[in-house]
Design a protein around this ligand. Structure first.
Ligand code: MD6
Ligand code: FE
Length: 193
């Protein structure tokens, strides 16, 4: 849904995220086993948060460094979920990804959740990203799509388990974030109700 969030809604979301990130600082996750660092920095909002470390990928109720519960998912995002997810229960996790200049995200599937009946809903803020979308098998045909500030993407139904990633972020394409870069929020239902 291109431009689903207008400029004022985007600015308010960024303000809310500043407060949340002060309480739950961004961390540089590492890949399971290898310990290779991600180029993206992450934090979470909500009762559960997605983390990656040497032990693996998982959802957990607390921040890995502060030990505190993740901050709540802000109301505008809960309203967005109710409006577009088509899923009767609330989201439990909002993963916050922050990309600076050279950050990217390799092709992956979001499959650490119990209930694939719920979509994953993504909100893009800041600089435009080149999003790569494939099919359900690794190594299949892919295509790219630009995700600009305010765009909302719903991956549900047949697309829920498709491979996807971020090739790169295009510097200077948005003035929303003072120092540039991109924030991506993904809202997820984790447990089966
Ligand atoms: C990103 N997004 O846009 C990375 N996952 O920075 C994702 O990995 C993603 O956009 C599941 C559903 C939608 C997404
Ligand atoms: Fe994903």
């Amino acid at each position: 849904m291109p431009g689903h969030l207008g400029p004022e809604a985007q600015r308010q979301l960024v303000e809310t995220l500043r407060t949340a990130v002060a309480a739950a600082p961004l961390v540089i996750p590492v890949m399971p086993r290898t310990g290779r660092p991600f180029t993206v920095r992450m934090t979470n909002l909500g009762p559960l948060g997605w983390v990656s470390d040497r032990a693996g990928y998982r959802y957990q109720p607390t921040h890995p460094e502060t030990g505190k519960p993740w901050p709540p998912i802000p109301d505008p995002l809960l309203r967005l979920w109710r409006e577009v997810s088509g899923y009767p229960q609330e989201p439990e996790a909002c993963l916050v990804n922050f990309y600076n200049g050279g950050a990217r995200m390799g092709l992956h599937r979001d499959e650490d959740e119990e209930d694939f009946a719920a979509p994953v809903l993504s909100v893009s803020l800041g600089d435009t990203a080149v999003f790569r979308m494939g099919g359900p098998e690794r190594g299949g045909r892919t295509e790219t799509l630009k995700l600009a500030s305010g765009d909302v993407l719903v991956m549900g139904g047949a697309s829920r388990l498709c491979y996807h990633g971020i090739d790169r972020v295009l510097p200077g394409t948005s003035s929303l974030l003072k120092d540039g870069g991109r924030i991506n929020l993904t809202l997820r239902r984790v447990t089966r109700p």
